[in-house]
Structure formats: C-alpha cells, structure tokens
Design a protein around this ligand. Structure first.
Ligand SMILES: Nc1ncnc2c1ncn2[C@@H]1O[C@H](COP(=O)(O)OP(=O)(O)OP(=O)(O)O)[C@@H](O)[C@H]1O
Length: 370
C-alpha cells in the first residue's frame, strides 16, 4: 500500500493507519452503477477499499450522463459495470475491482453477495431492494441503503447491530414490510431526477460504508435519514423492529419467496425535442430515420437521414442493424410514434428508440438549417 495516496486521511485524528488497513482488507459490493452507485464507487475506490465489486447489467445511455459521472459521451452503449471498473482501476490501480455485468436475481444473488463483507444498494427498483435486503439478512451482511425520489433522498444502514445499544440491526422490511406492486411508485425514468441529488446520497452512502468498516462515528444503524435538496434540511427517524413480515431464515425459504422479477419493464420509446435531437446527431452510433413517404417535402439530406417510408417499415424491421440509438422522424411526430412502437415490439429494450415530438413541421428551423 502506498501510504502517500491515503496520507490525508491517515493523518486525520480518529482515523489513522489502523482504519486505513481495515479499508484495505474490506470487500464491498456496490449494486447498481447508476446515479447513486457512480459517486459511491468513486469515493470507495479513492479511499482505498481493497476489493470492490460492481454489479450492473445495463448499458450507458445519453440520459444517464447528467448524473452517472463515471461515464462520458463516448461510453454510450457500453456496459456500465465494464466502463466503471476500467475507470476506477485507472483512478486507483492499488485496489482490486471485480466487474459483474449481470442482473441480480433470486438465482444468483446469494452466490455473489457471499463473496463480499458489505453491500451497498444503489438500485432504482423495489423488486431489487427487497431481494437485496432479504439476501443480506439471510447471509448476515451489513447493507448500506440509499434512494432518491423527487427532490428528497433517504439513507440507512440495515442489518448491522447498533454497537452502543447492542440492539440487533433493523432491515428494510421494518420500514416497509411488503413491496408495492410493480409500477405503483414511479422511478427516475418516469419521475425525473436532478443529477446532484443521487450524487449527494451516493457520497453519503460511501461515507456510511467507510464508517462501518473503520468503526468510526455512529453509522445510521436502526435509523433512517431523510434529506431535502430544496431546503437542505435533514432529519433522522429511529426504526424499531417491526412484526408481521416474513424474512427467509434458510436458503430454501429464500428460494421459495415470491420475489418479483427484477428486470426492468421495457422502457418504451422516448419522445424528444430538437435540442435532444442535436445531441443525438453528434453520436456516431445514432441512426436517423425519416419514415415519411418518398414524395413528401421538405426532402431531407440523404447522407444524414435514411429514408424508410412507413409502407416499407415492416421489411426494414427484419434487417439486422447494430446502431444503439434510433431516432425516428416524420412530418408531425405521429407516424414516427407508430414506427417507434413497432420497433419497441420487435426489439424490446435492446435498442434505444426515440421519436421526434411534433415532427419536422414543429422544428422546421432545425431541418431547414441542416
Ligand atoms: N437487480 C439488479 N441487478 C443489477 N443492476 C441493477 C439491478 N437493479 C437495478 N440495477 C441497476 O441500478 C442502476 C440504477 O441507476 P439509476 O437509478 O441512475 O437509473 P438508470 O436505470 O441508470 O436510468 P434511467 O432510470 O433514467 O433509465 C441501473 O444502472 C440499473 O441497471
């Protein structure tokens, strides 16, 4: 270990060489390399956590970049776990980074989690949260939990005993015994999120992880912190042990639990305006498709826009093409939506599909300039 790299935290009173050694020996798994996971990973890697695992099966999209700060425009379409792993390794070559580009599900989670000492949940859906919570409880792993919703964030440490009172640790089900129905509570893709909020909460989650490992301060065990970005107010609520929920006590019980599928529902196509079209046009991996019939005006530059009239669209869908982003354009943005739906049906969420809202007529200036 190069002591110089960590010197400023080693010299800190109440931290020191001993705490640094604990970080170096720790194995932390971060689930989700998204808005919360990216900042958490950066600080954990920089602080010198010896082994960091990254789980994420998703690829990087343009709309991730305002908050998933490990990624650049050139990374669009690549696997988050791979890119995050590479970047963190460059940041700190002294630590071990293990990439798991997979979706955690009931059938693989126990195997992956059992290789780590601390688990940080940076996912964005309730199915995964309950699955991770129960797996951590079963395997007796401390779980650092963060979540954002609107302009507010929550932070807690589950399943870790409170060292001052020796009370056993509470878990996510003590707060919310059962999962809401899929789609009942909107996620960031549906509700929106300001990039800095998961940045703050992800960083706070890294701080809780470091506190737990180094055994400093008072981690948020048996408590949940609520943070409001608009007012900068925070408050902490004590969590007591709840009743009336089932936590699996054995692997068989876990495997028999009825967890919902954690894979994302197909995202559907995204309607964009001209400013987003300009950004997508700058990416080499974008294909622009004009779905109007051949006689329609204005005629678009054939070098930039591929013309596939709606009457020929079904045949076009059978061709294989590998571009990651497909932007569909028509006169008023109605046929492009129909084309987007057809593509969505064919490819599910394997492709990012965009439709220009309002069409060429609404954004006439953009098309006349180009
Ligand atoms: N069960 C799971 N296994 C692996 N990764 C997961 C799981 N559940 C969620 N994730 C990952 O957690 C990350 C959460 O990131 P974030 O909340 O910023 O949303 P996003 O899915 O990247 O973006 P958006 O919702 O805007 O499309 C995603 O990259 C997602 O793939």
């Amino acid at each position: 270990m190069s002591a110089e790299r960590y010197n400023r935290q080693i010299i800190l009173k109440g931290f020191g060489e001993e705490a640094q050694q604990k970080l170096l020996r720790a194995k932390v798994l971060v689930i989700g390399a998204g808005g919360l996971g990216c900042p958490a990973l950066q600080y954990l890697a920089a602080a010198g956590i010896g082994h960091i695992g990254i789980v994420d099966d998703d690829t990087i999209s343009l709309s991730n970049l305002h908050r998933q700060i490990l990624f650049t425009t050139a990374d669009i379409g690549k696997l988050k776990a791979e890119v995050a792993g590479k970047r963190l390794q460059e940041m700190n070559p002294q630590i071990g980074i293990i990439r798991h580009p997979i979706r955690l599900q009931k059938n693989n989670i126990l195997d992956i989690l059992s290789r780590y000492d601390y688990i940080l949940d940076g996912t964005d859906n309730f199915e995964s949260r309950y699955l991770i919570n129960d797996a951590c409880a079963l395997l007796n792993k401390p779980l650092i939990f963060a979540a954002v919703s609107g302009f507010e964030g929550q932070l807690a440490v589950f399943n870790a005993p409170d060292h001052s009172t020796l009370r056993p640790g509470t878990n996510y089900r003590d707060l919310f015994p059962e999962a809401p129905d899929k789609g009942e509570i909107p996620n960031c893709a549906e509700n929106g999120v300001i990039g800095v909020l998961p940045g703050i909460l992800g960083t706070m989650a890294a701080a809780e992880t470091i506190k737990l490992i180094a055994k400093i301060g008072q981690p948020l065990t048996n408590k949940i912190l609520n943070y409001n970005l608009l007012t900068q107010e925070q408050y902490i609520i004590n969590i007591s042990h709840g009743k009336g929920y089932t936590l699996p006590k054995t692997i068989d019980e876990f495997l028999n639990m009825d967890y919902q599928d954690t894979s994302e529902a197909p995202q559907g196509y995204i309607e964009i305006d001209a400013s987003e079209l300009v950004k997508l046009q700058q990416l080499e991996s974008t294909i622009l498709i004009d779905v109007r019939e051949r006689h329609e005006v204005p005629v678009l530059d054939k070098q930039i826009y591929t013309q596939v009239p709606m009457s020929e669209f079904a045949a076009f869908l059978n061709k294989d093409f590998y571009q990651k982003q497909v932007v569909l354009i028509c006169q008023h943005g109605i046929r492009s939506v129909a084309a987007a739906e057809a593509m969505q049906e064919k490819y599910g969420d394997a492709k990012k599909i965009y439709s220009l809202k309002g069409g060429i007529v609404k954004w006439r200036d953009h098309f006349l300039k180009s």
